[in-house]
Design a protein around this ligand. Structure first.
Ligand SMILES: [Zn+2]
Length: 352
């Protein structure tokens, strides 16, 4: 994989993503498409945490939600005639793209294992996926991309064949689950800002991102300062998953997501990471594309935080609740949050 001569990050990352001065990461070619650079162990841990709390599996909902989003995305990206051509000649380029993106974006190592594509009902494609950033996400992505190209309805199954390695097979057939029609996809408001990150002169990737280690063989990105794994993905897909979980499983889902994220944060966040004060925390959020910190205050009343251009508010509410508990060294608090239409998020955490 080609790397930037200046900072060593895969050139694809610097080319495809732009870190703006308003705490937002966008796709360079499609600035309406927002991205985040985020702790990815978080994802499956979060899904598992939700399953633990509510006591029912949610994988099928997450996969279906992600499938739908990915399919729409690929269909918008490639007009129908192009997709039709790709159906016959595009298998290899598509798989190559999945595997190159997998490495550059920290999704794990993805390669073709077996396939039979004769445009009959027994067609299938099996990918071998190692170290997925999120097994559910990757299954949904493979399925959605596949359906967009193939044009037929397909379904996916996975099987663990070695520790953290899975065979992911898409076959022709109907979806086991139909989700309710979705409301509007989130539209993110971008208020301008002036938060300058120290960036690579050659590719524009922030130094804090470049200090991470891209392991091509594993398809992982690791932040050496925290030891945590990172990945690049779109927040709107995650928000869609949250919405679909809520409409399938009920209105307690938002608080469950916050609680799962709080637990994860308390387990993994170290106190030293919060010692940079308002400036340090603002940069930490901006590097991840989570928004532009306006204010954060910690006092006897608890923690108050205000953020412009926010996304994934449920995650942020849980993250800051967990961070508060790490700082005060005691679990047990209450959190409330509110986000306006133009992306202004206020979070208040108070002692229990
Ligand atoms: Zn660079």
């Amino acid at each position: 994989m080609r790397r930037c001569a200046g900072c060593g990050v895969p050139t694809l990352v610097g080319k495809e993503l732009t870190w703006r001065e308003n705490g937002v990461i966008v796709q360079t070619r499609d600035p309406d498409h927002r991205m985040i650079f985020y702790e990815s162990e978080n994802l499956d841990q979060l899904f598992r945490g939700i399953e633990e709390i509510i006591g029912v599996p949610i994988g099928h909902i997450v996969i279906e939600s992600k499938r739908r989003e990915t399919k729409e995305y690929v269909e918008n990206l490639m007009p129908a005639p192009v997709r039709k051509v790709a159906r016959y000649v595009g298998l290899k380029p598509m798989i190559r793209r999945l595997s190159v993106n997998g490495m550059a974006y920290g999704f794990g190592h993805v390669r073709l294992a077996q396939k039979r594509v004769h445009f009959r009902d027994d067609d299938y494609v099996t990918m071998l996926v190692s170290n997925p950033h999120s097994l559910y996400f990757l299954c949904g992505e493979i399925l959605g991309a596949w359906e967009a190209i193939d044009g037929r309805e397909c379904w996916v199954r996975y099987e663990e064949v070695a520790p953290n390695s899975y065979e992911v097979t898409t076959s022709v057939g109907s979806h086991p689950l139909e989700l309710a029609e979705r409301l509007q996809p989130p539209r993110y408001a971008y208020r301008p800002g002036k938060l300058e990150l120290d960036k690579c002169r050659a590719c524009g990737v922030p130094a804090a991102v470049a200090s991470c280690r891209w392991d091509e063989a594993l398809g992982t990105i690791t932040d050496p300062s925290t030891g945590r794994r990172m990945a690049i993905f779109g927040p709107s897909g995650l928000e869609a998953v949250f919405e679909d979980l809520e409409s399938e499983l009920g209105e307690t889902i938002p608080e469950t997501i916050i609680e799962a994220q709080r637990r994860y944060t308390v387990r993994t966040l170290r106190r030293e990471e919060l010692e940079g004060g308002t400036e340090g925390i603002g940069k930490m959020l901006a590097v991840r594309g989570l928004g532009l910190l306006e204010d954060i205050r910690l006092g006897r009343e608890g923690l108050d935080l205000a953020l412009h251009n926010a996304c994934v508010p449920l995650l942020l509410a849980g993250l800051f609740q967990g961070a508060y508990e790490v700082v005060v060294g005691k679990e047990g608090s209450r959190v409330t949050w509110e986000m306006s239409r133009d992306g202004y998020l206020e979070v208040h955490v108070s002692p229990a």
